[in-house]
Write a protein that binds this ligand. Structure first.
Ligand code: FAD
Length: 453
């Protein structure tokens, strides 16, 4: 059942009238374009979500205007889906039942920066946050590889971890989100500050449990990072060295990503650092740790690139070949592939990587990201999969899980079906009943929600 049948022109006009002079876009071409994200990575989501769109875009300029939109949507029973950078992978920001697409990006002001901590508007882009904090010696602990377009609110509401998670773990780890301020979806919206563990109620809930207007996030020391590429004859040797480097606590790092050949052959501008037939380890190492990193490597691999991370426009930092950018680099020239998201068991990591390699030699092309998870070093896998059909994809997922490699399925769009190990087990469903009793926030994404239950 949908929360509303159709937004009639009259209902639309009444809603817009309630919004006063707030910026609104109704041009169907623009609304359709902005209603999309990167769901097309998945052939299944592409089929399910193509053509879904909001009825209008509303762009509040401050929290008072967010409250006003929320109140209007609650009164007129109109769905509201927040959109930030629009870089999500699972149709997270795609409105399934039309309504308002809330462009949150104007809420981007930094309230304050203190040693190790920032309070910032949810619509702030992560590269802008780092640009503001780095001169004070601090930076975000972690960011997705989409840092240059994605927002901090979109990361907390839709992401899991990324560059930096090798040291700090993912967003789900205690202490990685300090507080979130949210607006509820009720005729008289409330503003709630969620601190500590309570902030997990909005983590990876796809905006179904409140509109985040501000966040308090912990910061890490800002090092001069060096992008390093190491070439190996054998992928398993790259993974084994990555494991040693990840566990070497004295070596300060932000990224350790083993990638099997032939994936580096798709790496555009990075190709000169990716010798034919070699698997690579992509790394970001703090400059003072570079000597120790090289000593640990010994003669096992060849360093083919060593250059300070450069995020200036026109440059491609190394992290844009890692995390889900690895998949994107391949998709740029081969649309027939797709991907998976795996979590390897920390105590049998390298054995399981070798086992998956044997099971799917040319079909599942391995790409790992070293992370900390619940206090242990392990890998998130984002392999590129040569796609055949939905049945075979299911079979590949089943075989991973039967062998103890967990999958967060990126081919489904609901919170429950997709996230699994990426979320902490807090009562997001119960919280939704409190803050969005009519089920108007991104309807259809929290599958187990029933209004009034
Ligand atoms: P959007 O895509 O705009 O939104 C994401 C979700 O959050 C939606 O459900 C939206 O409704 C909700 N939302 C956004 N803002 C708010 C708010 N203020 N209040 C409530 N709900 C809100 N993810 C990772 O975790 N790690 C990675 O390394 C990573 N790499 C990626 C690489 C590529 C090439 C791509 C395409 C995606 C990648 N992603 C990754 C997914 C995505 O880029 C990130 O999760 C990103 O942080 C999303 O931010 P955004 O601003 O684009 O959010």
């Amino acid at each position: 059942m949908t929360v509303m049948d159709d937004l009639s022109p009259h209902r639309l006009d009444t809603l817009i009238a309630d919004l006063g002079d707030m910026p609104v876009i109704t041009d169907p071409t623009i609304v359709r374009r902005r209603s999309r994200d990167f769901f097309w990575y998945s052939p299944l989501l592409n089929e399910a979500l193509n053509g879904k769109a909001a009825d209008l875009i509303v762009a509040p300029r401050d929290e008072a205007e967010v409250i006003r939109v929320a109140a209007a949507c609650a009164r007129h029973r109109v769905p509201l889906t927040v959109r930030a950078g629009g870089t999500g992978n699972y149709g997270q920001a795609v409105p399934l039942q039309g309504g308002v697409l809330l462009d949150i990006t104007a809420l981007n002001a930094i309230a304050w920066i203190r040693p190790g901590l920032i309070r910032v508007g949810a619509g702030a882009r992560m590269n802008a946050i780092d640009a503001a904090t780095q001169p004070t010696g601090w930076e975000l602990r972690m960011h997705p590889s989409t840092k240059r377009t994605a927002t901090i609110g979109g990361f907390v509401a839709g992401g899991s971890g990324g560059v930096g998670s090798v040291t700090y773990g993912g967003l789900r780890e205690r202490g990685n989100i300090i507080a979130a301020r949210i607006v509820t979806l009720e005729p008289e919206p409330r503003v709630i500050e969620l601190r500590g563990d309570a902030a997990q109620k909005i983590n990876r809930a796809y905006g179904t449990t409140g509109i985040i207007t501000a966040l308090e996030m912990p910061l890490a020391p800002a090092w001069r990072w060096i992008d390093v590429v190491v070439a190996f004859d054998d992928f398993l040797a790259a993974a084994a060295f990555g494991h040693e480097a990840a566990r070497a606590d004295g070596i300060v790092k932000k990224l350790l990503s083993p990638v099997t050949w032939p994936l580096p052959s798709y790496f555009g501008a990075l190709k000169p650092a990716c010798p034919e037939g070699k698997s690579v380890l992509l790394a970001m190492i703090a400059e003072p740790s570079l000597e120790s990193f090289k000593a640990l490597l010994g003669g096992r691999g060849t360093i083919t690139l060593e250059t300070p991370t450069d995020e200036t426009p026109g440059k491609v930092p190394l992290y844009e070949y890692t995390w889900n950018h690895t998949t994107l680099q391949v998709l740029k020239s081969d649309r027939s592939v797709t991907y998976l998201q795996c979590l390897y068991p920390h105590d049998r990591l390298l054995d399981k990587v070798a086992e998956m390699r044997r099971l799917f030699p040319d079909e599942v092309l391995q790409h790992l990201e070293f992370i900390r998870f619940n206090g242990d070093v392990t890998c998130s896998g984002l392999p590129v999969v040569r796609y055949r059909d939905p049945q075979r994809l299911d079979e590949i997922i089943r075989l991973h899980e039967a062998n103890g490699v967990y999958i967060a399925n990126p081919h489904v769009y609901t919170v429950e079906d997709g996230s699994r190990y990426k979320r902490v087990d807090v009562d997001q469903l119960g919280f939704k009943q409190e803050v969005d009793p009519q089920g108007l926030l991104n309807p259809g994404k929290m599958r187990s929600f029933v209004a009034g239950a």
